[in-house]
Design a protein around this ligand. Structure first.
Ligand code: B12
Length: 270
């Protein structure tokens, strides 16, 4: 998002809602200073990362390695092999496909991998995910949710994993993609009669997009909360605004959607 738009939004917030402005600034400053859930990043070797993230199962680890090397054809071939052996597609997403991109992202973060490598690994992972989704077929639908990445943010790898895991658990997912204005989210929520919205952001500057979506949803569709995740989001941040629930991982999001489907409101998660 352009910095002049950010400045304008912050100024509007300060004038219209000084209390929320104050809370967000305080929380934001604390987050940046590392008070909330930020760990010191240290350089870790590729071998150590593979040991940490990859499965002990050789077939699974080979898929993770192929994701890491961005080899989509190999990922597709190996995922097909595992599925034909009867492996659980949801388990394959979480423990074979996802670890590959996680290691690539850690390498990038340390300056040991570059943008094209991330994009190739993402593409390779998505090749495997679509096979797992095909395998699951038309399972009975447990509910309908929206997934999106906040306006200005293009980081969609984690959101795609969340969407895949929600689908694998029987949810119909309307994926609005990345860089999505809050008004589009609300329009779709109203039209599609969804039970929950899942929003994410990985950048500090785009966190207000989640606040805005929560606020608009609260006004237009009060029974539809927003589950917020992604690495720039913390419970401390989400607790500063209404109609939102902090969900750290894809599986927690699934369980949260189940509870919301049973009538649990956002306040009960605080
Ligand atoms: C990959 C990546 C990119 C890729 C994105 C490709 C894509 N299609 O997504 C590219 C190279 C394009 C990119 C660009 C930029 N990036 Co970048 N990027 C990353 C990186 C290395 C990994 C993110 C990732 O995908 N991780 C893997 C996934 C699986 O993890 P995840 O997203 O955290 O998701 C998990 C959970 O968070 C959760 N989750 C995720 N989404 C959701 C959603 C819901 C609803 C729920 C419940 C849970 C959930 O579940 C997931 C699975 O466990 C991070 C650093 C890092 N190590 O995190 C920086 C990082 C996010 N990027 C950053 C920045 C600054 C940028 C750029 C501005 C860089 C630049 N100067 O150009 C641009 C921004 C472009 C834009 N407008 O968005 C910063 C953000 C800092 C901040 N706090 O503001 C980071 C943290 C790097 C850093 N250390 O500074 N980036």
């Amino acid at each position: 998002m352009r910095s002049d738009i950010i400045v304008e939004r912050i100024e509007t917030l300060r004038l219209k809602d000084p209390k929320r402005y104050e809370t967000l600034i305080k929380e934001g400053m604390a987050y940046e200073q590392g008070e909330y859930g930020k760990e010191e990043k240290k350089t870790v070797s590729l071998k150590a990362l593979e040991d940490e993230y990859f499965s002990k199962d050789g077939g699974y680890a080979n898929i993770s390695k192929s994701v890491l090397s961005g080899n989509r054809d190999e990922v597709v071939k190996q995922t097909k092999e595992q599925l034909s052996k009867g492996k659980d597609p949801v388990d394959l997403v979480s423990n074979a496909l996802m670890p590959g991109i996680q290691v690539q992202c850690e390498m990038y973060d340390q300056g040991n991998a570059f943008v094209p490598e991330i994009l190739l690994s993402n593409d390779a992972m998505l090749g495997g995910i679509s096979l797992c989704q095909e395998k699951l077929g038309n399972i009975p639908k447990t509910g309908k949710v929206i997934t999106f990445v906040a306006e200005g943010d293009l980081h969609d790898i984690g959101k795609n994993i969340v969407a895949a895991i929600m689908r694998a658990n029987g949810y119909e997912v309307i994926d609005l993609g990345r860089d999505v204005p809050a008004s589009d989210v609300v329009k779709t929520a109203k039209k599609e009669n969804v039970q929950m919205v899942c929003g994410s952001t990985l950048m500090s500057a785009t966190k207000p997009g989640l606040v805005e979506a929560a606020k608009l949803l609260g006004k237009e569709t009060p029974k539809v909360p927003i589950a917020c995740g992604g690495s720039a989001v913390s419970k401390q941040f989400v607790d500063t605004f209404d109609n939102a629930i902090y969900t750290k991982s894809p599986l927690i999001t699934v369980n949260t959607a189940k509870d919301v489907g049973k009538g649990k409101g956002w306040k009960e998660f605080r």
